[in-house]
Design a binder for this molecule. Structure first.
Ligand code: ZN
Length: 63
């Protein structure tokens, strides 16, 4: 397994409201789908596309 810059590995979901993030070590097309599915079930709202915007449970409650 090659090592790269830490910020470049895996897939990350960042809240556009407060910057909270969720991360998975997986990469590729299905990594985002899985990450968003888990976030959605946890209460995140927003676009299901990687570009967003996305809002975490706290920001979703404040809207
Ligand atoms: Zn937030």
């Amino acid at each position: 397994m090659p090592t790269t810059d830490e910020g470049m590995t895996g897939t990350i979901l960042v809240c556009d409201g407060c910057g909270r993030s969720r991360r998975t070590s997986a990469t590729g097309l299905f990594a985002w789908d899985l990450l968003w599915l888990q976030a959605d079930q946890a209460g995140w709202t927003g676009s299901d596309r990687p570009l967003g915007p996305h809002y975490c449970t706290i920001c979703a409650d404040n809207e």
